[in-house]
Design a protein around this ligand. Structure first.
Ligand code: GH3
Ligand code: MG
Ligand code: MG
Length: 317
C-alpha cells in the first residue's frame, strides 16, 4: 500500500516537472517569437503590464538610446515619464501611472505625446495607440511617429497668428490670448493691462511718401516696440496702423509708464525716409467682470481722447 502511494507521488512529480519544463520552454519560445515579431516592426512597440514596461522592441531601444531592455527598464519603469508637457499633448501628470488603462478605455484609444530623443536631440511627436491583448492583462503600445505632420501643423498655426508685414502677432492670436488671460485674471485676481497705440497722421505719410514707405514705417515701428517690451508681454498688430500690447501682472500706473516710455522712444527714433513719427496711446487695466468688449471700449475711448487732446500722448482710463 505504502509503495503504491509512493509510486503515485513519483508519477505526479514526473508529470508536474514535465509540464513545468514544457511550460518554461514553451513560454520562452513564445516570448522569443513575440520579441522577433516586435523587432521586425519599424515603429516603436512596447508591451505594458501592471503600470510597467515588460517588453520593448529594437526600434524603441534605438530611439531611447539603450542597448538592452534591462538597461532601459532599470532606468524607466513608466514610459509616461518621457512625455513632455505641451499644449494639447498628453503628459505624465494627466493620469499618473494608470495612463495606459485610462487611454484604453477612451473612444480613440490613442494619445498624442511629445518626447525628446536622446539620439538626435530633437523633439518627436507620437500618436500612441493602446490595444489590450486578449486573455491577458497586457497592453500593446504602438508608437506612430507624427512629427512631420505635427511640425507642419504648428507652422501653419504659427503663420495664421502672425502679421506677414510686421512679423508680430495679429488679431487671431490676440483674441485667443484675450480669452485665456481674462479667464485667468477672473479666477486668480491676476490683473493685466492693455495699451493700444495708433500712429499719428499716418495717412499723410502714405500720401507724401507712398504706400511702400508707409509699410516700412510699420515694420520699423513694430521692431522698435518689440525691442522695448519684455518677453512675456504680448504685442500684436491690431489693425492698419494700430498696435496692441497686453502686459500681465501690470497695474494701470505701470502700463501708463511703459506707454509713456514707448511714446518717447518712438518720438526720438529716426525712421528711414520719414524721420519723425509719433503715436497716441490709450491705456486701461482689467477690472473683475470685464469682457474683451468692455476692455476695448475703455482703451479705445482713452486712445480717442489722446488724439483729441492733440496726439503724441498717453491717456489712461
Ligand atoms: P490719426 O492721427 O487720427 O490716427 O490719423 P491717421 O491718418 O493715422 O488716421 P487714419 O486711421 O484715418 O488712417 C490710417 C491709414 O493707415 C489709412 C490707411 O491707408 C493706412 N494703412 C492701413 N494699413 C496700412 C498698411 O498696411 N500699409 C500702409 N502703408 N498703410 C496702411
Ligand atoms: Mg487708426
Ligand atoms: Mg493713425
Amino acid at each position: 500500500m505504502g509503495e503504491m502511494s509512493n509510486l503515485v507521488i513519483i508519477a505526479f512529480g514526473i508529470l508536474f516537472f514535465s509540464w513545468l519544463l514544457f511550460y518554461l520552454i514553451f513560454s520562452k519560445r513564445h516570448k522569443l517569437f513575440v520579441k522577433s515579431f516586435l523587432d521586425s516592426n519599424n515603429n516603436i512597440l512596447i508591451v505594458y503590464s501592471k503600470h510597467s514596461i515588460i517588453m520593448i522592441n529594437q526600434a524603441g531601444l534605438d530611439f531611447f538610446g539603450y542597448n538592452t531592455f534591462k538597461e532601459f527598464r532599470d532606468e524607466h519603469s513608466c514610459i509616461s515619464n518621457f512625455f513632455l508637457e505641451e499644449d494639447d499633448c498628453y503628459d505624465k501628470y494627466t493620469d499618473g501611472k494608470k495612463w495606459v488603462e485610462k487611454i484604453e478605455k477612451t473612444k480613440s484609444k490613442s494619445v498624442k505625446v511629445k518626447i525628446l530623443s536622446k539620439i538626435d536631440k530633437l523633439y518627436h511627436y507620437f500618436d500612441i495607440k493602446v490595444s489590450k491583448m486578449k486573455f491577458s492583462n497586457q497592453y500593446l503600445l504602438t508608437f506612430n511617429n507624427i512629427s512631420k505632420i505635427e511640425n507642419e501643423r504648428q507652422e501653419i498655426e504659427r503663420l495664421l497668428e502672425y502679421d506677414p508685414l510686421t512679423q508680430v502677432y495679429n488679431r487671431v492670436k490676440i483674441n485667443k490670448v484675450f480669452k485665456e488671460i481674462i479667464y485667468a485674471a477672473n479666477g486668480q485676481q491676476n490683473s493685466f493691462s492693455v495699451i493700444l497705440l495708433d500712429i499719428d497722421f499716418f495717412k499723410k505719410i502714405n500720401d507724401t511718401y507712398g504706400h511702400n514707405v508707409g509699410d516700412k514705417v510699420l515694420i520699423e515701428l513694430a521692431r522698435l516696440v518689440k525691442m522695448i517690451l519684455r518677453k512675456e508681454d504680448v504685442f500684436a498688430r491690431w489693425g492698419g496702423e494700430e498696435f496692441l500690447i497686453m502686459s500681465e501682472k501690470t497695474s494701470l500706473q505701470s502700463a501708463q509708464m511703459l506707454a509713456e516710455y514707448i511714446r518717447r522712444e518712438i518720438e526720438r527714433f529716426s525712421f528711414d525716409v520719414v524721420k519723425d513719427v509719433t503715436c497716441s496711446f490709450g491705456v486701461t487695466e482689467f477690472q473683475v467682470g470685464d469682457t474683451q468688449h468692455k476692455i476695448f471700449e475703455r482703451v479705445d475711448l482713452a486712445l480717442y481722447e489722446a488724439k483729441e487732446n492733440g496726439r503724441n500722448q498717453v491717456v489712461a482710463k
